[in-house]
Design a protein around this ligand. Structure first.
Ligand code: DGY
Length: 330
């Protein structure tokens, strides 16, 4: 019996290839070439499944050209590369990789907050440039983290993991804003208080963005929102590019309208708005919040489980559009 065919769109741990090869005819991309959309469509021909990394846009146009496709499995928790409506309409299942990266990503959010508030990369560049000649009472004086107020925008799993670190580890007051308010027991467990977006922006010493990207969260933080923040505040984005208007942020940083920013994600990444590269008070990292070997292996494992679970046993682990599984959708 011929095995279903699966495409792995980017380079991945070799053991993932071995695991998938036990069930599927696998075409991989270990050279990590960034395929054009035409190339992706070409390689998807005859494939029942795709192991994806959250950057390949799957929409009605692509689906119409790939009639054999049954499942697109992201190894990321974010799935803004998927047009879920179009996938459901085409009867194609989408899966993502939630939970396994929550704590690692929250750790990184905190690392970025600390680096930004305490000016770690800025001062390291100064030292490496040989400019450090003496101790000085206000050298790279930053903002207090412990005991300050953290405003979290987006209070899903990662937001809650950040809140726990802030409240329990750093004695911070945590306020949050989210589409829907948490129930009282969860608010108590993460020691966070719900506030409106405007109050959060005006009150927080540090603002951390942890919300998913969609058309409705595009430019959640733009010039108007930055103007509400304290001039001493920091802004941390570990969510998605496009949630912040990067041009407006660069201007606010240059003019000192907020103190500093820490960004792991960018509009149009891997391109970075050149204006951000010219301001000193920003810490920039290349979308690595979930990047520890253990977590990336766990994320890949969940995508593998979804491919085998659905294409071999008919049971995906983390479906995003389960309506596809119903008899009418199948
Ligand atoms: C995710 O899982 O969505 C991350 O942003 C990818 O690293």
């Amino acid at each position: 019996m011929t095995q279903p065919a699966v495409l792995i769109t980017r380079a991945i741990f070799p053991h993932v290839l071995e695991q998938l090869s036990q069930h599927f005819d696998v075409e991989s991309n270990q050279e990590d070439v960034i395929w054009s959309r035409e190339e992706l469509v070409r390689r998807l021909q005859g494939k029942a499944g795709a192991f994806m990394t959250g950057t390949e846009r799957v929409d009605a146009e692509l689906l119409a050209k790939c009639p054999g496709l049954k499942l697109c499995a992201n190894m990321t928790v974010g799935y803004n590369n998927f047009d879920l409506g179009a996938m459901s309409a085409a009867g194609v299942l989408a899966t993502n990789a939630p939970d396994v990266l929550t704590e690692t990503t929250a750790d990184f959010g905190f690392a970025l907050l600390m680096a930004t508030a305490r000016r770690i990369t800025e001062s390291e560049h100064y030292l490496r440039a040989g400019k450090w000649t003496r101790w000085s009472y206000n050298m790279f004086a930053g903002a207090e983290v412990h005991g300050s107020t953290l405003g979290i925008v987006g209070m899903g799993r990662i937001g809650q993991a950040v809140a726990k670190r802030a409240a329990l580890g750093f004695g911070m007051q945590v306020i949050y804003h989210n589409r829907s308010r948490l129930d009282a027991a969860t608010e108590a467990a993460v020691q966070a208080r719900y506030v409106g977006k405007e109050e959060l922006l005006k009150t927080a010493d540090h603002v951390m963005l942890v919300l998913p990207y969609s058309a409705s969260s595009h430019h959640t933080i733009g010039a108007a929102e930055l103007a509400l923040m304290k001039p001493t505040a920091t802004l941390i984005n570990i969510a998605r590019g496009g949630i912040v208007d990067d041009a407006a942020l660069a201007e606010a940083l240059r003019e000192g309208r907020i103190a500093a920013a820490g960004l792991d994600v960018f509009e149009g990444e891997p391109s970075v708005n050149p204006a951000l590269l010219t301001v000193p008070n920003v810490v920039l990292t290349p979308h690595i919040a979930s990047s520890t070997i253990g977590t990336r292996k766990a994320m890949a494992a969940l995508a593998v489980s979804n491919l085998i679970g659905f294409l071999v046993h008919g049971k995906p682990v983390t479906p995003l559009n389960p309506e596809v599984l119903s008899p009418r959708g199948a």
